[in-house]
Design a protein around this ligand. Structure first.
Ligand code: ADP
Ligand code: ASP
Ligand code: MG
Length: 419
């Protein structure tokens, strides 16, 4: 088999951990497989580099940030190749440029356009284990780019697709994908498998165990992905195409996201074109809006619009909104940073009713106020106060019966409610 193994920040967080990675890679190779390794920066490194830049500027240029951040993954790639060589196996580290990972030009959120992969293919042909610096690419005009936070997952899946690998293994600090973040809810249950669609929703809704775009990529190309721990040999979670069994489970997981802010425009004129002007201006600054709620105006003259954007874009979004508001003749703009989004996800929602009612009821029982609601075919999300986030995740996880039952393995099909 040709296996792509990606090791996240904690998995290469120290010299000791890098040695452990090298041992695992060597073990996989000795079992007769070809291995291609992708590494993240050592844990904390990317945040440290961002902090250095922010000490110099509140709004540093994306181009410089990309060059800066790409260095984190170069360090761990070179160190990992050295560790593998020390075990007597030939290995070579490569940057995104050397692999030919060609991306769009949107700095800090670049999209992979194609991967040439010539040098990596040659290395594999010679029995050399390639170690690729994740998270980075290069534009057609040789500008260094990065793929968004958590982007080494995307490098791994994209390289696996380009090399026609049999499997893409994502090694991290938890045993797999759980019903919710096991660091918040210890009773969370590991899933043996999860569909691409559910994983995509969980990831988009904040479950950072896999980067959302990497799941999208895997789904498009049908690449099987396994999420496993680099700290033990437990089996992990397989991310695959949906099967009939999966639809029987109504809710598969609970996700939370504390990285959004809410902007409310108060007293906007209730007439055609207002929302279009506001969101055109926001989109023009490449800011991704998530949830939007517009009230019905009671007097037919003025209404309120609330929307959420990533915390990192809050200043930019606020400035743009304030400018537009002056032109539109709205009354006021308010920013709330102390919010969190909690979501329940499951492909079974397509065929079962009552999920939203149960979610709202559970939050109400715990006196958690809902500020905004959003739904899709397979998820329900609520914006709540951030101080209630952990509690909400715990009580929802419990209400939907997702936890590991003491002493016995839970039968997932038993959770189908009677209609
Ligand atoms: P890496 O550095 O290996 O890329 P990340 O920190 O990006 O690791 O992702 C792993 C983390 O994702 C876990 O430590 C866990 O806290 C978090 N997480 C959030 N939701 C889930 C979930 N549903 N299942 C597993 N882990 C989750
Ligand atoms: N080092 C990058 C980050 O922290 C990419 C990654 O770890 O996947 O976001
Ligand atoms: Mg990650």
């Amino acid at each position: 088999m040709l296996i792509v193994q990606k090791y996240g920040g904690t998995s290469v967080g120290s010299i000791e951990r890098i040695r452990a990675v090298a041992e695992r890679v060597a073990g996989t190779k000795k079992q007769g497989n070809e291995v291609v390794v992708i590494v993240s920066a050592m844990s904390g490194e990317t945040d440290k580099l961002i902090d250095l830049a922010q000490q110099l500027s509140q709004n540093p240029e994306g181009r410089e940030i990309d060059l800066l951040l790409s260095s984190g993954e170069r360090i761990s790639a070179a160190l990992t190749a050295i560790a593998i060589q020390e075990l007597g196996l030939p290995s070579m580290s490569f940057t995104g440029r050397q692999v030919g990972i060609i991306t769009s030009g949107s700095h800090t959120t670049a999209k992979i356009e194609r991967i040439t992969g010539e040098r990596v293919k040659k290395a594999i042909g010679k029995g050399i284990i390639p170690v690729i610096a994740g998270f980075q690419g290069i534009t057609a005009t040789s500008e260094v780019t990065t793929l968004g936070r958590g982007g080494s997952d995307l490098t791994a899946v994209a390289v696996a697709v380009a090399l026609k690998a049999d499997l893409c293994e994502i090694y991290t600090d938890v045993d797999g994908v759980y019903t919710t973040d096991p660091n918040i809810v210890p009773e969370a249950k590991k899933l043996d498998k999860i569909s691409y669609d559910e994983m995509l929703e969980l990831a988009s809704l904040g479950a950072k165990v896999l980067q959302a775009r990497s799941v999208e990529f895997a789904k498009i190309y049908g690449m099987p992905v396994v999420v496993r721990s680099s700290f033990n040999n437990n089996p992990g979670t397989l991310v695959v195409k949906e099967d009939k069994d999966m639809e029987k489970v109504v809710v598969s997981g609970v996700a939370y996201d504390k990285n959004q802010v809410k902007i409310t425009v108060i007293g906007v004129p209730d007439k055609p074109g207002v929302a279009a002007r506001l969101f055109n201006a926001i989109a023009g600054a490449s800011i991704v809006v998530d949830m939007i709620v517009q009230n019905i105006s009671s007097d037919g003259e003025a209404t309120d619009i609330s929307f959420t954007v990533p915390k990192s874009d809050s200043r930019k979004a606020l400035i743009i909104t304030e400018e537009i508001v002056n032109k539109l003749g709205a009354r006021d703009v308010k920013l709330r940073e102390d919010i969190a989004k909690v979501s329940v996800v499951g492909v079974g929602m397509r065929t079962h009713s009552g999920v939203a009612a149960k979610m709202f009821g559970t939050l109400a029982q715990h006196k958690i106020n809902i500020m905004m609601i959003g739904t899709s075919e397979i998820k329900v999300s609520c914006i709540i106060g951030s101080k209630h986030s952990d509690l909400a995740v715990r009580v929802l996880h419990d209400a939907f019966g997702l936890g590991e039952k003491k002493g016995k393995k839970q039968d997932r099909t038993k959770r189908i409610p009677t209609k």
